[in-house]
Design a protein around this ligand. Structure first.
Ligand code: HEC
Length: 464
């Protein structure tokens, strides 16, 4: 909490992270899948002395080093920048736990990139055996970086037996690391991601083949048909998604199955578009050996992007109200009773220096009219999900609700909506937050309370 607040007006910092991350995931999946495609296709083409396929692989590797490598590196750094700005406490917690995981991942990433460039510049320079070996090294590097990142990403939703540092007395740091990495959703998620990687590779083959001018239609057709086998496993998304969802916490599963309608719809989008791609690949491309033209290949790419984006959005969304399930709330507040008790005595504002203006002291903030002070309480613990005037803004949610209702809602946030963390702070801060919400909902009609509603402290002391 005690970190600078990153404001992205209208959009919200979380949405910015989501946009960068979804683009990155699609590109990174493409780069990993392309690794397996290159390695296998190169091995087969070399053995058969398939000139056309080797020529295509040379062009495909140029595409790889120009588009996915550059865009992947830029958006990958973009993820670090945006998560570090949007959520310093969880980024810090993850770095503390996974520092060696990330170190290992970076090594694999460097292996991937270096091998990718050697592969590209190796055309006409490397012997066929060495060239094939480099393609396999590229694949192993790329896949292993997915392997490690998959562990870190799944950990946030399913930490499993892992215990927060403060409670894990006598647990060795190494054991904590391995438990966290190989958490309950690690394997189903790895399978899902691998399938998505293969599909992106298959589609990108069709796209690149369509952009090479000097191929005849027959030549293109043969290449596209070869690439289409990589798409067929997309239909397996559904059983693996079922396995994946079976490993999720009860609450998260419920959100995806109708408990939070936005999540349910996104999941339906994801599954239907996956089935569509898998079905098209199997019936159209593999059985009927159809040709894909440029427009269709781009359309398939777009559908795969929507499918991946929707699934990633669901994975992030169903983790609410946590950033790290059971350990840290989405607003950065540590989810232990001891911490909650401390904040309800000392106040959240005392622990969120950046939520209120730099040129004020805490005494000055506390002396403000309630609805003004409430803005800073809101910044400290609600802004992560409710952007004023942007996504999930508070005005329409409050609408014309009475002071009594808003008071009770604020005291029981986690009870009305299980995807919201509970309020933490002093009773006075809660009153300020209630007044702020009433104020932003109707600034013109807002009237400060004549007397303090007596039941606020009561409502708060019973809520949790
Ligand atoms: C983890 C994200 C998250 C955080 C943090 C969060 N909210 Fe929410 N809140 C939501 C979502 C999602 C909804 C549902 C919006 C909808 O139904 O359209 C919601 C709904 C609400 C509603 C309407 C409740 C209803 O029954 O319709 C209120 C009031 C509200 N939030 C207030 C707050 C306040 C005050 C805070 C800070 C103490 C807060 N929220 C923190 C995600 C969050």
């Amino acid at each position: 909490m005690d970190y600078p607040h990153f404001e992205v007006s209208r959009l919200g910092a979380g949405m910015l992270v989501a946009i960068v991350a979804i683009i990155h995931v699609a590109i990174a999946h493409l780069a990993v899948g392309a690794g397996l495609f290159l390695a296998l296709a190169h091995t087969i083409a070399t053995r058969r002395n398939d000139r056309l396929m080797l020529d295509f692989l040379r062009r495909y590797s140029l595409f790889l080093v120009l588009v996915p490598f550059v865009a992947g590196a830029v958006t990958g750094v973009g993820i670090w920048v945006t998560i570090g700005l949007a959520s310093p406490p969880s980024t810090s917690a993850l770095i503390h736990l996974f520092v060696w995981g990330w170190a290992i991942e970076w090594v694999f990433f460097i292996v991937e990139i270096v091998a990718g460039y050697i592969y590209y510049y190796g055309w006409g320079r490397l012997t066929p055996e060495r060239h094939t070996a480099v393609a396999w090294i590229y694949f192993v590097g790329a896949f292993m970086s997915l392997f490690i990142i998959n562990g870190i990403v799944t950990f946030m939703l399913t930490p499993g037996d892992w215990q927060p540092p403060a409670e894990a007395v006598g647990v060795s740091a190494q054991l904590a690391f391995w438990k966290a990495l190989f958490n309950p959703s690690f394997w189903p998620s790895l399978f899902l991601r691998t399938i998505s990687c293969l599909a992106f590779a298959g589609i990108s083959v069709a796209v690149v083949a369509n952009f090479v001018r000097d191929y005849t239609r027959e030549q293109r057709h043969r290449i596209i048909n070869f690439g289409s086998y990589w798409l067929a496993p997309f239909g397996l998304m559904v059983p693996f998604a079922v396995w994946y969802f079976a490993t999720l916490p009860e609450d998260s599963r419920r959100f995806a199955m109708g408990g939070a309608i936005a999540m349910t719809l996104f999941m339906a989008f994801g599954l239907v578009s996956s089935l569509y791609i898998g079905g098209y690949a199997y019936f159209g491309l593999i059985r009927q050996k159809r040709y894909i033209n440029r427009e269709t290949s781009l359309l398939l790419l777009a559908v795969a992007f929507v499918a991946t984006g929707a699934m990633e959005f669901v994975r992030e969304g169903v983790r609410k109200p946590y950033l790290i399930h059971g350990y840290m709330y989405s607003n950065g507040v540590i989810a232990t009773p001891a911490w909650r008790e401390r904040l309800s005595k000392e106040g959240i504002l005392a622990h969120a220096r950046f939520a209120w203006p730099a040129d004020m002291t805490l005494e000055q903030v506390n002396a403000l009219p309630l609805h003004e002070k409430g803005k800073y309480v809101f910044n400290a613990q609600c802004r992560h999900c409710h952007e004023p005037g942007g996504p999930n803004a508070i005005e329409p949610l409050i609408n014309n609700a009475s002071r009594e209702l808003v008071t009770h809602m604020t005291a029981e946030l986690n009870r009305i909506k299980s995807f919201m963390p509970p309020f933490v702070g002093t009773p006075e801060e809660m009153r300020a937050l209630v007044e702020y919400q009433l104020y932003v909902a109707n600034p013109k009609e807002y009237r400060p309370p004549a007397t303090q509603p007596a039941d606020v402290a009561m409502a708060f002391s019973t809520g949790n």
